[in-house]
Structure formats: structure tokens, C-alpha cells
Design a protein. Structure first.
Length: 279
């Protein structure tokens, strides 16, 4: 059975293959397998054995700690949970998250604390990341990456985005009032796209499920959804039906408690105006 970890392993193999400048059929031929078999490995439908992953890594010339890490990932790929801890450079869980985003048909982002990444301006993202204690060169690299991710919303076949924000986000002047005003106006502009839905859960709703933590749900055309739960320096991927159902239910519940998109846009713009006055 396919797991999030197996799909993450497939993402890593695909990345290494592309970095080597090889087409899927070329690497499959080097390894002595059919294109279909290798395609199933990259999609996460087939988990390679220890020998198979060693053949792949050997064909790609992967050595040292990277080889050890991927062998361990392949060994554990049948596990339900994938808890990925940050490493120097771009964290492996972020690499996989970006790949999953590219293949998703719809993304639902339930956010209690920050503007969802796909809706952040560069200045807002920069303020958030600086507060996280990252070095300045890393901050700028991550900001560029985050803004680059947003092409998902403007490409020829854009991903659908449903953003559910707690009202407190609109009041918190991340980066200062000027930066926050610009951020709020950007949210309002993006919400005009047919494939982007923004809803705000007002203070009047009282306690709601989103307050327990952010949830990112990615849906796909031919595979079951993946739920991503993010911590400060790591992330948890879930895709077992019995585990993801409560989070799908959370998103539905929060949407029902939220303002409709039109009223949400009005509130966002009102807060943008207030930020501009205060700034």
C-alpha cells in the first residue's frame, strides 16, 4: 500500500534523476527495469527493496551520508507516518511538500496563526522568517522559494486553493503596519480568482477547530489526499484514510463557521485600510 513516506521517497529519486539530467526511461534502462516499473517507484506506488534502491543510487553516483539517508528512508517507507526533521540546507520534508504541491489538484490551508504561504507577500514572508532565527542569506533564499511556489496559482492549469484564516491574522501587524496592509490587499486581490477561495473565521465564532493548529490538505487526481502538519523545524505527513479523515472534517467544520468569501474579502479590505491609517 502506498504511504506518504513512499511517495516522499519517489520524490527524492525523481529529484536526483533530474539533477543528473536523465529521463525516466534512461535511468530505468541503466537499472535494467522497464519504464513502467521505474515510474511506479517515482510515484510511490512501488517501494524499492534495499537492493533496488542501492542499484538506483549506484547508477546516479550517490555516495556518503546522502546514500545512507535514502537507504534508511527506503527501509522505513512502509511506515504510516513520515516525520521529517530539518537538515542543513533545504529540509527534505520541504522538498517533498513542494513536489506534492505541483501534482495537487486542490490545496486546503487551515491557518490559525499566519497567512498561508501561497498567499504571502515577499515582505510578510521575510518578516516571518527573520523572526524564526534564520540567517539572512537563508531568509532571502527561502523567501524566493516561497514566492516561486505561488506560480501554482497563476499557471495555465492552476491548483485550487481554499484558505481558511482565523481573524486574529488580520490584526497582527507582521512586519509593521505598512507591510501588513500590503499583505491584506494582496489576499483580497488573489481571492478574486475563481480557483482561490478565502474565508475568515471571525472572532464571533468563538472557539473553533483551526485554533488547535495549522493543517495543510493536498488532494490529487488519482491518489488519496496527504495531510501535512508543520512544526517550527519539521513536518508530519499523513495519508492513511483513518488518520486524514479528522483533518478533512476539521476543514469542513471551519469552513462552515467562517464568513462567506464576499464578507471575508470585505473584512480583509477593512483591516487593510485600518493598517494603512495606523501605519
Amino acid at each position: 500500500m502506498t504511504t506518504a513516506r513512499a511517495r516522499g521517497l519517489g520524490v527524492e529519486i525523481r529529484r536526483l534523476r533530474k539533477d543528473a539530467g536523465l529521463r525516466l526511461e534512461e535511468l530505468a534502462e541503466v537499472c535494467g527495469w522497464s519504464r513502467a516499473t521505474f515510474g511506479r517507484i517515482e510515484s510511490g506506488e512501488k517501494v524499492p527493496t534495499g537492493i533496488e534502491i542501492a542499484i538506483i543510487l549506484g547508477a546516479l553516483g550517490i555516495r556518503g551520508n546522502e546514500r545512507k539517508r535514502l537507504l534508511e528512508l527506503a527501509h522505513d517507507a512502509h511506515q504510516k507516518h513520515w516525520w521529517a526533521v530539518s537538515r542543513p540546507g533545504l529540509p527534505s520534508h520541504l522538498i517533498s511538500l513542494l513536489e506534492f504541491e505541483q501534482r495537487a489538484t486542490k490545496i486546503t490551508d487551515v491557518s490559525p496563526g499566519f497567512v498561508p504561504g501561497l498567499l504571502q507577500t515577499a515582505d510578510y514572508a521575510r518578516a516571518v522568517m527573520r523572526n524564526g532565527g534564520l540567517d539572512e542569506d537563508v531568509v532571502e533564499s527561502r523567501v524566493s522559494l516561497r514566492i516561486g511556489r505561488q506560480r501554482l496559482l497563476t499557471r495555465a492549469k492552476p491548483v485550487g486553493l481554499h484558505a481558511l484564516l482565523d481573524e486574529s491574522i488580520l490584526w497582527r501587524p507582521v512586519g509593521g503596519h505598512r507591510v501588513m496592509a500590503g499583505q491584506l490587499r494582496h489576499i483580497a486581490r488573489m481571492s478574486r480568482y475563481d480557483h482561490v477561495t478565502v474565508q475568515v473565521v471571525p472572532f464571533s465564532a468563538g472557539v473553533h477547530w483551526a485554533l488547535y493548529g495549522s493543517v495543510l490538505i493536498q488532494e490529487f487526481a488519482r491518489q488519496r489526499p496527504i495531510v501535512y502538519l508543520e512544526q517550527r523545524r519539521s513536518g508530519l505527513f499523513l495519508d492513511e484514510p483513518e488518520e486524514i479523515y479528522p483533518f478533512l472534517e476539521t476543514a469542513t467544520n471551519v469552513a462552515e463557521m467562517a464568513l462567506c468569501p464576499a464578507d471575508s474579502a470585505s473584512l480583509v479590505l477593512a483591516r487593510a485600510e485600518a493598517m494603512e491609517v495606523d501605519g
